[in-house]
Design a protein around this ligand. Structure first.
Ligand SMILES: [Ca+2]
Ligand SMILES: [Ca+2]
Length: 478
């Protein structure tokens, strides 16, 4: 009798253990059903001029600062390419320019042969059970062609940075490089309308986890924003960068070759026309306006049913010079051009110190896969940032690599930056005592060991630059 009872007891126990295992397995297999939502906020041309990165004294970015305070601020994060379309192709494919072959403004994601079999981040989540929503500038050319099905719902028509655009407005250099107090109200701005659309969608409930991408155009030029954002900054009192001309004396001769960007004004032109203060004010105004739009989306998330179960990632596609090193805009391999905001927060991520370890925008894709417990994507070239989300001091050997135009690369570690140009010329900076990258140490025998150590990370196998047929014929006709 006793034996029978014991047998029954153990049989029941075995059954319970078996059931528990089945439930566990189901939970693992059912990842997406219990996975967090994702809110991906993409900003265009935002450099380190935010409160949480400390790049400009007195800049007003309370919403992004609050986001930084409740998650992880990757304070040493860098883009893969310092220009819109190629940077975004890297983020959304998870592979570097040296693999996909776009090093400049140019081909669409779906034009690049190397990306034929690589799903966008959004497609990967969709294929793993997520509902995808997207609005504004996420991929530079949008989700079109074979990518059209990657997005289940649009959060509004893709409007360019010229929306709205004042009529017949004279411009100092070009239509793109215009700026000023326009329009009168936030509600007329495309970014504001997008923020409101995203905010409304966040109040809904979904029968699957969602992956929402929201891409703001500001502070990309033209730098129009309503007057109240300009009023935050007194142009006559603004700090201007310390950018002595002599800083350029220790640069390799060819550096101008990759910084020759015809659309942006040169620093000499900005100064000659007396526009440095008004341009700086306009950029700051647009940063604060973009921050306001981010706040609309974050407030909506906060008051939604998804507040506790959504991973938020905020990033900018590359940095921006406003006179530093005598340069305006992007495309350089210096700190102002490669450094970007990267904030990650969500369930299980505790607030903590900013992370000073190098991070790359390539890391967004594998990090989100880890956080949402999706199957690994073997094609990705970034590293998951989960160790640094758990502990910001967690060391990481691999530096952040940035490429600009074919054959030119920057290698940014925790303390150093090495730039290697196509012809082998180099720049080396020690960020422990030279955050402005004034003192080029390349070739100095005292720093040979560190230079050689960084050189080991220089990309060797690189995909040649891909040009579409129309780009090739445009080039020939020039
Ligand atoms: Ca951009
Ligand atoms: Ca220098």
């Amino acid at each position: 009798m006793v034996i029978k009872k014991a047998t029954r007891f153990f049989a029941t126990l075995a059954l319970l253990v078996l059931l528990a295992n089945v439930v566990n397995a189901a939970q693992q297999l059912d990842g997406p059903a219990t996975s967090p939502n994702v809110l991906l906020i993409c900003i265009d041309d935002l450099n380190d001029w935010t409160g949480f990165l400390g790049g400009y004294p007195g800049v007003v970015t309370p919403n992004m600062d609050a986001l930084a305070a409740r998650g992880r601020n990757f304070a040493n994060a860098h883009c893969n390419v310092p220009v819109c379309s190629a940077s975004r192709a890297s983020v959304m494919s998870g592979v570097a320019a040296t693999t996909h072959g776009s090093y400049e403004i140019g081909p669409k994601y779906d034009d690049l042969p190397a990306l034929n079999n690589i799903p966008t981040l959004q497609r990967y989540f969709k294929d793993n059970g997520y509902y995808t929503l997207s609005g504004g500038k996420v991929l530079h050319h949008g989700f079109s062609g074979r990518l059209a099905g990657d997005i289940d719902r649009s959060l509004g028509r893709k409007k360019g940075p010229n929306s709205p655009k004042p009529l017949n407005r004279p411009s100092d250099w070009s239509r793109a490089w215009d700026w000023g107090e326009y329009p009168e109200a936030d509600a007329e701005m495309a970014d504001y309308q997008l923020a409101k659309n995203a905010a409304a969608a966040l109040q809904e409930t979904f029968d699957k986890p969602f992956f929402m991408s929201v891409g703001f155009f500001r502070p990309h030029v033209p730098l129009y924003a309503p007057p109240k954002w300009f009023d935050l900054y007194d142009a006559s009192q603004l700090a201007l960068p310390n950018n002595p001309k002599s800083d350029l004396d220790d640069l390799p001769n060819n550096f101008l070759g990759i910084n020759d960007y015809a659309v942006a004004p040169t620093h000499a032109e900005v100064v000659q026309h007396g526009k440095q203060r008004s341009l700086t004010q306009a950029y700051l105004a647009n940063v604060s306006f973009a921050d306001h739009c981010v706040g609309i989306v974050l407030d909506a998330l906060e008051s939604s049913p998804h507040a506790e179960n959504t991973v938020v990632v905020l990033w900018s596609d590359h940095g921006f010079h406003l006179g530093e090193k005598q340069h305006w805009a992007k495309r350089t391999l210096w700190e102002e051009s490669t450094r970007v905001p990267l904030l990650i927060s969500g369930p299980g991520i505790k607030p903590g110190e900013p992370c000073q370890q190098p991070a790359s925008l390539l890391d967004i894709y594998p990090t989100l896969i880890d956080l949402c417990k999706l199957p690994k994507n073997a094609r990705l070239e970034g590293l998951s940032l989960v160790p640094q989300l758990q502990d910001p001091a967690s060391e990481r050997d691999r530096p952040a690599i940035t490429s600009s135009y074919y054959g030119n690369h920057s290698i940014r570690s925790k303390d150093w930056r090495l730039i290697v140009y196509e012809d082998g010329a180099k720049e080396l900076y020690d960020h422990r005592n030279d955050p402005d990258e004034f003192n080029n140490l390349a070739g100095n025998p005292e720093y040979k060991v560190i230079q050689d150590r960084l050189l080991k990370w220089l990309p060797t196998k690189t995909t040649p630059e891909f040009k579409t047929k129309s780009e090739r014929s445009r080039k020939r006709s020039k």
